[in-house]
Ligand binder design. Structure first.
Ligand SMILES: CC(C)(COP(=O)(O)OP(=O)(O)OC[C@H]1O[C@@H](n2cnc3c(N)ncnc32)[C@H](O)[C@@H]1OP(=O)(O)O)[C@@H](O)C(=O)NCCC(=O)NCCS
Length: 168
């Protein structure tokens, strides 16, 4: 049986080992890491999946802003989702979907959320799309088709996405 617990209940080093197993060693240089630099993950949106006492998955969410170029628009608080990681031996068994479901539930399904990931997964199961993100600028390179968002307040148009230090 798999239990989802707040990520704060799990040792940071164990989470790092899981992420090392699930991703390549270049992960720290990825744009998503640059985007959230200087912020702390949001405890109520971040979870660990535990099976028989072992860590098998995690999801972390981070506070970010979209700051529009247009001066007549206000900055929009958003939630950066990810990394989402499932230990390789337990992938393809619904754990990723449960972790994402928990984060979406915590956000009450209507917050503006974004992630960098495969649309074939995040679009298919969770309704993320690149529809609004074409003109967003990030602090590093991104494959446009993988820059995804969802939620009623997701901004459209040109602007800068960056770290937010407090949760609005
Ligand atoms: C991507 C990941 C989080 C998915 O979690 P998971 O528990 O393995 O997958 P789930 O059981 O929730 O979903 C399985 C389904 O999604 C599909 N799927 C899984 N990853 C996919 C991907 N990257 N692209 C497209 N489809 C994908 C599977 O084919 C399967 O489809 P099916 O039900 O039709 O057979 C997990 O595989 C993982 O940690 N991968 C390595 C790290 C990573 O890429 N993280 C995401 C970027 S933040």
């Amino acid at each position: 049986m798999i239990d989802l617990v707040p990520i704060g209940e799990v040792d940071d080093a164990a989470i790092e080992r899981l992420l090392d197993d699930a991703f390549d060693s270049e992960r720290h240089g990825r744009t998503a890491y640059l985007l959230r630099a200087g912020t702390a993950s949001i405890p109520t949106f971040s979870f660990a999946a535990i099976e028989d006492g072992a860590l098998v998955g995690s999801i972390q969410c981070w506070p970010i802003w979209f700051v529009p170029d247009r001066s007549d628009m206000r900055a929009v608080p958003m939630i950066l989702v990810g990394p989402v990681a499932v230990t390789p031996s337990r992938q393809q068994d619904g754990i990723g979907r449960r972790l994402m479901g928990a984060a979406l539930d915590a956000a009450q399904n209507d917050a503006a959320m974004m992630l960098i990931g495969d649309p074939e997964y995040y679009g298919r199961f969770f309704n993320f799309s690149a529809e609004h993100t074409a003109l967003w600028r990030l602090p590093g390179p991104v494959e446009r088709r993988r820059l995804l968002a969802r939620g009623a307040t997701v901004p459209t148009g040109a602007g800068e996405v960056g770290a937010r230090c407090t949760v609005a």
